[in-house]
Design a protein around this ligand. Sequence first.
Ligand code: AZC
Length: 814
Amino acid sequence: MELNVNQFKKDYLRRLKAKSGRPLEESTVWDQYHALGSLIKEYMTDDWVGTSIAYNKLDTRQVFYFSMEFLTGKLLCDYMHAMGVFEVVEQGLTDLGLSLETISEAERDQGLGNGGLGRLAACFMDSMASVGIPGHGIGIRFNFGLFEQKIINGYQVEFPDRWLENRNVWEVKMPDKAVEVHFGGSVRQDYIGGRNVFFLENTEVVMAVPYDTPIPGYQNGIVNTLRLYSAEAKTPDFDLAGFSRGDYNRVFSEKYAVEAISQVLYPDDAYENGRLLRLKQEYFFVSAGLQGIMRSFKRSGLPIRDFHKYNAIHINDTHPALAIPELMRLLMDIEELNWEEAWKITTQTISYTNHTLLHEAMEKWPVDVMKSLLPRIFMIIEEIDRRFNQITERLYHQVDPRRSQQMAIIGDGQVRMAHLCIVGSHSVNGVAKLHSELLATKELKPFNEFYAGKFNNKTNGITHRRWLLHSNPRLSAHITEAIGDEWIKEPESLGRLMKYHSDPAYLEKLMAIKRANKVDFSNYLHKTSGVSIDPDSIYDIQIKRLHEYKRQTLNILHIMSMYLRLKEDPDLDLIPRTFLFGAKAAPGYQTAKQTIKLINAVGDLINADKDVNEKLKVVFVENYGVTVAEHIIPSADISEQISTASKEASGTGNMKLMMNGAVTVATLDGANIEILEAVGKDNIFLFGLTAEEVYRYTENHSYKAFEIYQNNPLLRRAIDMMTDGTLNVSPEEFYLIRSALLDHNDAFFVLKDFESYANIQKKACEAYRDKKRWSAMSLVNIAKSGIFSSDRTIRDYNRDIWKAPVFETLKGSL
Ligand code: AZC
């Protein structure tokens, strides 16, 4: 948009006064942030409203991305970049004696997600708008996002994330678009006008109230919408009669029970804990979202039988799986279509992404729970299952009689949500080549054979605008100086940087930028936690959720072994190295929590030991999240992507780090394999078992972890350090970690991969010593990262699955 500095200053001073009721000199940083947010939102409004009018007018096919999680982070600076007003605003604020940096610190992270899955949804929102796809997000407006983590005495302690406590300037409440969602009750069946009709009776009614947040594309005037639903009690306040009788407890507890639905995000990443409230959350937003879509579709006057031609609904993992029976319900019970018509529309509307192969993450709901919470929905699922079984039984009863039971949606007293998604959608995709291949050939093989062509791959991506352009301005400028700014719209043109591959001046500047970013991060860390780190050491970074399969344990055991070697030989020629960890553990995941304590205990030992602390430092960065990531990633030298092969579906942190010039230490897992294909084997450090080997060892039970422990003295000493008193904790402190490794035969092959990990780490350090070689490696990683932009991912989804129109701009369609 057009905006000059003077106009901005004028607008801003007025807004500040109106919002805070005080002059600039007396305003707080919060006032300043709030006024700025509200002004930026206003600047966006014409395009936002215009976009939705244009989509309606053009009867456009639209995409709705249903996701339980949207891990958005902060929005202010992103918005300003998208609108092309960043520099003007920054200058205007400086003129007024204010600092944009300070003001943007007042914004709270929108942390409505656990990790990869939720952050992917946020990147997709950005890319859909920027690529020009009419695509919106549908989710839950949790009052509390993912918990805030504090490290106290080395332990993770969780605190509630009160992100809404000072209001959210970006959202717009839409009370007129609220819909009712029904739980419980019973189904009454009637035969009216020649057809079976189903009524829900005696249900508990919850109001789903939408809050809309604008999602602007990058300087294209398109503004899509993220719609998050909040649960409210139906009567506007509470039961007044009960209140006047003095029945306060009952009155309030009913209101709270309803509102509990959108109260808090479950803090489990890739793990399903099967709570009833969680199932309520899933149905709540799915039903609300579909009713909203249905309502506006009907307003358009288009025939209901064409619903799938105008709406593509994508479900992010199985959490929104109930969209399938819910859409069936709406089409049959409300729109009066028959089963076959409704089924055709439903399956052609819905597509599904699987994000994990881990069995503990696969959602299954007990039949009796589903039946009593959602009686009509359960009936529909039963009917889908019955019809599907009929076909599979006919097909397989002679060849393999067990197969139709294996494929059933309802089995062992449970509803298998992944099976429901596969049967009820027209496309099933994995999130990296290896993951999609394992889905099709192993975990979901019978389905892939049954549904030829339904399974496909869409390798994940990240928005290079947030993760490079905005969070690493020095590197962005250096790139633009060399190849122009086309890469912002067409990220694969980053490949043109390859011509600087052996240009000493260019590479030197690249390293100077990395050094400056490292200084920035060390200042940030010092300011936020009081910890000092040395920008001349290697920054070796592992940032992601804490999980046994991600193997933070392998990293820390290797650090412990380096410590032991250094203690024996203090003159060991090592380049100083800072190991940084950032990770939240699910509050109920004890092994993960012990790993956090272990990292901190090792850090305490090493950082205080003068024999080693010139060469090694271990830092656990508190409360890892989107904003912390934006500070760390530009400074990274080494990216640790060391999951047990076959366990990490894709990973996306790996992409962010490579894009910022870090070199990856990797197993052949998830998207690491595609990073290898992009950069070539000389620009990545690979180690460890392959997925095939992991499957083989697991299947034939030939792995013996204890033998490795006995035969590798250094590794044994590192493991024993957990219990022998060196760490200044009780010998019981890390018993879960130790027993997972030794008593339960190390399910994630930490011991098996240890030696090859230690070897590759040595190689990485040798490479780092050679500055020229390292800087060229770093450059190749940046240059080849364009394919990991979520713009590419979104274009792939749209080309193969959604098939929505792509608009360069909507100007002129109004
Ligand atoms: C994650 C995967 O673990 C990660 O590898 C992937 O990059 C990310 O999704 C985005 O696709 N999965 C989850 O966070 N959660 C579940 C239930 O899979």
